[in-house]
Design a protein around this ligand. Structure first.
Ligand SMILES: Cc1cc2nc3c(=O)[nH]c(=O)nc-3n(C[C@H](O)[C@H](O)[C@H](O)COP(=O)(O)OP(=O)(O)OC[C@H]3O[C@@H](n4cnc5c(N)ncnc54)[C@H](O)[C@@H]3O)c2cc1C
Ligand code: FES
Length: 292
């Protein structure tokens, strides 16, 4: 059976239409400490894996004195076209007022979305011409963009090994978005898989493989991303990191998401030059103000 059109290709950056669109929430379900909610986008283009949306709710988005919040950035974790439009899935961790409100959304409510935004993951052959497949490394809420990336790679016939790590059983959601059983798991509290860090699993793969032919894709907390970046650099493996920074606009205007370039040539804005960057493009993945 051929894959649905929405999963048929490993695609390049998709540009967002100007302005925000109102979308209806189709579901909001718990997932091991996180929430998965879906919204129907009737007008927007299909996102590429690694891209993100700026989200806000139509109602009650702000403090009780009426002061509105800025929209918040979220990776797209799943995407499927049906008769109603494009169903976009998001995996959300409640860490503050914006995520708290999104986690409480009821089906039928509306949210404002702007996107898809930013630079997506590159196909393994583009990241590393010798790559036979991909290694996906996710930590915590950072598993979100890897779920869509895994589906896109699968649809393109590209082998992918998936390594996911979680802190504890209250921060371990999103596995159902992967739609595959071949996932190696790690948890710091030992409740599932290897007891320890997901980077322990990556170390084994990099030792066992010809690291020079590896294409590693990672998303997770800054300390995990920095460990992946350094491990890949030391092993001679190519990597792409889906990074986070505080984002006020999401489209290049505020410079709030600027991080230093590795070559010393100034800064890049993670919302337009990322959020997916090559490991050797950044000085460090330890971005101030990011990570939960
Ligand atoms: C490109 C991108 C993709 C993201 N994808 C997801 C996702 O798929 N799921 C998800 O749950 N979260 C994701 N985030 C993080 C999410 O945007 C923040 O958790 C959110 O903005 C917090 O808003 P708040 O009002 O709930 O909390 P706030 O009061 O704004 O912050 C609460 C806590 O979260 C931290 N925080 C705030 N903003 C960010 C940020 N942009 N990145 C990291 N930490 C932040 C703060 O340091 C603070 O500790 C993503 C961020 C970026 C930049
Ligand atoms: S979030 Fe405003 S420039 Fe990146």
């Amino acid at each position: 059976m051929s894959p649905p059109a929405s999963e048929a290709s490993v695609s390049a950056r998709v540009s967002a239409p100007l302005g925000r669109r109102a979308c209806e929430v189709a579901r909001n379900v718990p997932s091991d400490g996180y929430r998965i909610f879906s919204a129907i986008d009737r007008e927007g283009p299909e996102p590429a894996a690694g891209q993100f949306y700026m989200l806000a709710t139509e109602e009650r988005w702000g403090s009780s004195d009426g002061r509105p919040n800025l929209a918040r950035a979220f990776s797209v974790a799943g995407c499927e076209r049906d008769r109603e439009g494009l169903r976009l899935d998001f995996l959300v961790q409640d860490v503050g007022p914006g995520t708290g409100r999104l986690c409480a959304l009821e089906p039928g409510e509306r949210i404002w979305i702007h996107g898809p935004l930013g630079r997506p993951f590159s196909p393994p052959a583009e990241l590393n011409s010798g790559a036979a497949g991909a290694i996906l490394v996710g930590g915590g809420i950072g598993v979100a963009p890897l779920a869509l990336w895994r589906r896109r790679l699968l649809a393109a016939g590209t082998p992918a090994r998936v390594l996911l790590g979680f802190r504890d059983r209250d921060n371990a959601g999103g596995l159902e978005l992967f739609d595959c059983s071949e996932i190696r798991l790690a948890s710091e509290d030992g409740h599932r898989g290897h007891t320890g860090y997901v980077t322990d699993l990556l170390a084994v793969l990099l030792e066992g493989d010809d690291a020079a032919s590896a294409a590693v894709y990672a998303c997770g907390p800054p300390a995990m991303l920095e460990a992946v970046r350094q491990m890949c650099a030391a092993a001679g493996a190519r990597s792409e990191l889906a990074m986070e920074a505080p984002m006020a606009c999401g489209f290049g205007a505020c410079f709030g998401c600027a991080v230093p370039r590795a070559d010393g040539a100034g800064y890049m804005r993670l919302c337009v030059d990322g959020p997916v960057v090559r490991g050797d493009e950044v000085e460090t993945a330890l971005v101030a103000g990011s990570g939960h």
